[in-house]
Write a protein that binds this ligand. Structure first.
Ligand code: K7E
Ligand code: CUA
Length: 673
């Protein structure tokens, strides 16, 4: 793998285009190519900056990007993988929404099972979509370890788990007692827990209903610490726990690391507890929710909470151990800090010594000092309590600094050299600012605005390379822009969003690439070094069931294919798929039979994927090399169905087809006549 060279493009600024082209030729080209490159640049009318941008983002055919971006898909319900800096789309991983390329939720029992599992607890119906906001890559010692990814469902209060061996969704948890999610998902530094808090408070009543007049009494926020099984990455509900929070709207959160390990920080808004009712004589919700000058950053001590659980001071509520609000307060698990109006992001820097929050209606970022937070808690240096009796830490003593950065600051990321990058929604810009001495910045340079770059347009989150970890390197920043306005051709009324790649290495930040995002509304991404993906596989061991990654007991090897009709009313087809046939390729059943296709892809080479699709029966499975899939249909509609392989797998792919013959039952035929 070769990384695009950073150094030789730098320092060209101010040179004449001709001289720059000379530099291309000297460094990169064979004798004789110089003229061609000149011609290309001239021909395409590129500026020096643009030609540099092209070189910085170019990954030659056959080479890999040095970084992989794990992107939420917003209400596409999926995760998307993108290479950085080429910004080439690598793949979509379906999580909460069925997807037919990979066959997820399209008839194969395992993917149906995963989707079903996530619709099982508090949901009244089987859910067919989700709204993914914040992906979280697992960490070891505060660094991405490339093993697992988690992502929450903003809409339905769930969490999805993707294993980074085969990059498939293996578990969906329906988080008890929370209707929605937002704060998180973020892992603790050694992936002990994944933290997710509910966004909107939910009535803690049996049926989840309470009149809005009882908002303050009955509605509660929920902070969930979902325990990660260290062997397989799955959520272990028996070891998980929740804290009940006041009925504020809980926003972004982050887990402490190094200096702040053991703490979790959650921003909140609507601490006014406004309930809307604009046609009933009330203020619109956003007016009521913006009345106060401050909302509250929540500081939770999860190591102490573990102790409270161990001491048995919890109740079981809907299958999880929950610490009720009064116990949370009595045990000192939660403290509040004032934060500027309508806060959004809460981000811990790579040293773990600072927490940065920004309020959308305040032009500055506020940076809190974690040592001072701990001291204020220990000394009970409170400026009061909220209406529930939760102590509020003395603002001035925990504030390290504030930096005026511009309008509408949302989210912050870090470069590992003591600087932060903050997205400015209203300014459509990214600002770079310095942290303080505890992040290695000289006192004279601390808490200053350093640089600003325009983005296009309405940026939400941003992400820096390795930016959520102790190993943040700040090489690139990606701006996740909600609107693209004029950046792409008019291709209809629903416009792509715009990922903009920002080079941070140069003396001035600059946008070097626009990537149209036509697959959803990504909220957040994480960008990890590609070389951390050490577990990824290209083929399964022959006969593997992907959900458990173990040998399937319905797998077949070549020569053992068979049709089993020994159970009346059931037909079990033990089928193999290889280039370029299914065996058996003719299956005769009676109308009304339950048919189980147990299909094994007996290929052993990478890329040897086959599909298995049955017209009219809503079946489309993807069978990767070595994979076993079971598809279950009720053959309720008679007909001759030409099932086929959906992947163009071989020269005789079109011939990779067979017949499912569903013979009309005489009784049914007679009825129809
Ligand atoms: Cu700002 Cu859900 Cu992280 Cu959207 S959130 S942008
Ligand atoms: Cu197998 Cu096409």
């Amino acid at each position: 793998m070769r990384q695009p060279s950073m150094s030789f493009a730098r320092g060209w600024k101010g040179l004449l285009a001709v001289a720059v082209v000379g530099a291309f030729a000297v460094v990169a080209c064979d004798q004789g190519a110089e003229g061609d490159i000149n011609a290309i640049i001239e021909d395409r009318g590129l500026t020096v900056e643009q030609a540099e941008g092209a070189l910085l983002t170019y990954v030659p055919p056959g080479e890999y990007d040095p970084y992989i971006m794990v992107s939420s898909g917003g209400h596409s319900g999926n995760i998307h993988l993108v290479g950085v800096p080429s910004m080439r789309m690598l793949k979509t991983i379906p999580v909460f929404t069925p997807e037919s390329w990979s066959g997820y939720g399209q008839g194969s029992d395992l993917s149906e099972l995963v989707l079903e599992e996530g619709s099982s607890d508090k949901q009244a119906r089987k859910l067919a979509w989700g709204d993914t906001h914040h992906p979280a890559i697992s960490e070891t010692a505060g660094e991405y370890d490339g093993r697992w990814v988690y992502i929450q469902d903003r809409a339905n209060g769930r969490l999805g788990f993707v294993e980074l061996r085969d990059f498939k969704t293996k578990q969906i948890i329906d988080i008890p007692n929370a209707q929605t999610t937002h704060g998180g998902a973020f892992v603790t530094p050694n992936s002990e827990y994944i933290h997710v808090s509910a966004m909107t408070p939910r009535p803690q009543t049996e049926d989840g209903y309470a009149p809005l007049e009882e908002y303050a009494e009955k509605y509660r926020g929920i902070s969930s610490f979902l325990a990660i099984n260290q062997d397989n990455g799955r959520i272990d509900m028996d070891r998980s726990f929740q804290l009940e929070l006041p009925p504020y709207t809980h926003d972004l959160s982050d887990a402490g690391k190094l200096g702040s390990e053991g703490l979790v920080f959650i921003g909140s808004y609507n601490t006014e507890m406004a309930i809307g009712g604009n046609l009933e004589g009330g203020d619109p919700l956003e007016v009521g929710a913006s009345a106060n000058d401050f909302d509250f950053l929540h500081v939770i001590d999860w190591k102490m909470a573990e102790q409270v659980i161990a001491d048995g001071k919890y109740e079981e509520r809907n299958g999880i151990r929950l610490i009720p609000l009064q116990t949370v307060i009595d045990e000192g698990l939660l403290h509040l800090i004032r934060e500027p109006r309508s806060p959004h992001g809460a981000d811990v820097d790579p040293t773990g010594n600072y927490v940065v929050v920004s309020g959308k209606l305040d032009p500055q970022v506020s940076i809190y000092d974690v040592d001072e937070i701990r001291t204020a808690i220990a000394d009970e240096n409170f400026e009061g309590t909220d209406s529930f009796g939760i102590p509020i830490l003395d603002f001035d003593s925990v504030l390290a600094g504030q930096v005026e950065v511009g309008l509408g600051p949302l989210h912050t990321q870090f470069d590992g050299q003591g600087n932060g990058f903050v997205s400015l929604f209203l300014d459509s810009a990214v600002a770079k600012f310095s942290l303080g001495e505890k992040a290695g910045i000289e006192a004279d340079d601390a808490f200053k605005l350093i640089d600003k770059v325009d983005v296009h347009y309405n940026i939400g989150h941003l992400a820096a390379t390795e930016g959520d970890t102790v190993a943040a390197d700040g090489k690139y920043v990606v701006a996740l822009n909600k609107w693209s306005i004029d950046r792409f051709p008019v291709i209809g009324t629903l416009k792509p969003q715009n990922f903009q790649l920002i080079e941070n290495d140069a003396e001035k930040m600059r946008v070097i690439y626009d990537m149209p995002v036509g697959f959803g509304e990504p909220h957040y991404v994480q960008i990890m070094r590609m070389d951390r993906l050490t577990d990824a596989i290209e083929t399964y061991e022959p006969g593997t069931e992907p959900l458990t990654m173990t040998a399937s007991d319905v797998a077949v090897v070549s020569g053992e294919e068979r049709i089993d009709t020994s159970t009346p009313g059931e037909v079990h087809v033990y089928m193999s798929a290889t280039r370029s046939h299914f065996t058996p390729d003719t299956i005769r059943v009676k109308q009304g039979d339950e048919v189980f296709f147990h299909v094994t892809n007996i290929e052993t080479i990478p890329d040897g994927t086959h599909g298995f699709a049955v017209p009219g029966y809503n079946v489309q499975a993807s069978l990767d090399p070595g994979e076993v899939v079971t598809i279950n249909i009720t053959a309720d509609t008679p007909g001759s169905y030409a099932f086929y392989c959906t992947e163009f797998c071989s020269a005789l792919h079109l011939e990779m087809q067979g017949w499912l013959l569903v013979e009309p039952s005489t009784a049914v035929t007679a009825l129809a006549n």
